[in-house]
Design a protein around this ligand. Structure first.
Ligand SMILES: [Zn+2]
Length: 370
């Protein structure tokens, strides 16, 4: 039936679209589809590295056909439970096609990308006219739009967000021989240090909360050893006195626990100091190397990540001139500086920059499909 035909026949189609009567029979129908133009939801609407506008909601084209609806309800269902519901009114009840947007938050103002990507998520639209229901259900087949090893859970009420990062590590064994009286740390020990480092240096809370397009949020990063995970890094325990250089360049991915190097430098100060230096430097290095995966996927490998945000050369990975370590305030975890960043003495100043922590939200964008 053409639109003109529908208008002519509809008992509701009076002048100015005012209903003439609700007692005549009407061939009311409801048609809903995911909007092809608005099918990517980016938490907090964080723009892309190039500044492309993103949307923090997913759109549905809701068609009210033949006559005005009496009511229109939406229910988002996850694992059989209604997690969000809304009664649409006003313009949405009129004949025609309307764009309705869901911002991904449930009734408790929580957005969880694990829920958004779940197979057990669906949305139901229920329209009524003269006591007759029309129900349309969309089951989703949603996916990570950028990377599948990050998720975010945002609590709008408390202004906080928890980012789950799933790295992957392998045991690359032990290099060199420990000094006499020193026990080799276990692979699991360094794996836990890497987890602590990522969580420490990539979280921003309190006075360092991030300013997003949708307000200020405390961001806590939590590391989970689960699938799907990021590309694998070898973790090596180096008891040789030569410094082993960690890397995330090209296909090389390794993070080195440099006990021998710190022993050579600090043994005179005692084994406690050596251990603290080895542990804290490894934590910071792990956070930096995993950070490359974040920068690779946000700003790009050559222009952003491997140049350490324009503070190093790309091929030889050397610090550029005039990269002074700031005398106060934040030290960017992902930049190279003229002097070594010292996580024992400057640990609380070294942190992932606000723009890079915000990029975690862009990286958790969800593509809706069905
Ligand atoms: Zn680096």
């Amino acid at each position: 039936m053409s639109a003109t035909c529908g208008v002519a026949r509809s008992p509701d189609a009076g002048l100015n679209n005012q209903p003439i009567s609700t007692t005549y029979p009407c061939d009311f129908d409801l048609d809903v589809e995911l909007s092809g133009q608005r099918d990517v939801l980016t938490p907090l609407a964080v723009p892309s590295f190039n500044g492309d506008v993103t949307f923090s909601s997913v759109g549905f084209n809701v068609g009210i056909e033949n006559c005005k609806a009496d009511s229109l309800d939406v229910e988002v269902i996850h694992e059989g439970n209604v997690i969000y519901n809304e009664s649409l009114s006003g313009e949405f009840l009129n004949r025609g096609t309307h764009l309705w947007e869901w911002d991904g938050y449930d009734n408790n103002q929580i957005l969880d990308t694990k829920v958004l990507k779940s197979d057990a998520l669906k949305i139901v639209f229920i329209g009524t006219k003269n006591g007759i229901d029309k129900k349309r259900t969309i089951e989703f087949d949603n996916d990570a739009e950028e990377v599948d090893w990050l998720d975010v859970r945002i609590d709008k009420n408390s202004g906080s967000a928890e980012v789950t990062l799933r790295p992957s590590f392998s045991d690359d064994g032990i290099d060199g021989t420990p000094p006499q009286g020193v026990t080799v740390v276990s692979y699991d020990y360094v794996k836990q240090l890497a987890k602590q480092g990522i969580e420490k240096y990539w979280s921003r809370t309190g006075s360092r909360a991030v300013n997003s397009p949708e307000g200020k949020f405390d961001v806590r990063v939590k590391v989970e050893f689960a699938e799907p995970s990021a590309s694998d890094f070898d973790l090596e325990r180096n008891y040789d006195t030569d410094f082993g250089r960690s890397t995330s360049f090209w296909v090389f991915k390794s993070i080195i626990y440099n006990y021998g190097f710190h022993y050579r430098r600090n043994a005179r100060l005692g084994l406690g100091v050596v251990k603290q230096e080895a542990d804290e430097n490894f934590k910071e290095t792990a956070a930096h190397e995993i950070g490359h995966l974040i920068l690779n996927n946000y700003g790009g490998r050559f222009g952003y990540s491997w140049s350490h945000k324009d503070s190093s050369t790309v091929l030889t990975q050397s610090t550029l001139d005039n990269q002074n370590l700031p005398s106060s305030g934040e030290i960017d975890l992902m930049k190279y500086y003229e002097y070594h960043t010292d996580p024992v003495r400057n640990g609380n100043r070294i942190i992932a920059a606000e723009v890079d922590v915000l990029s975690l939200f862009w990286l958790t964008s969800v593509e809706f499909g069905n």
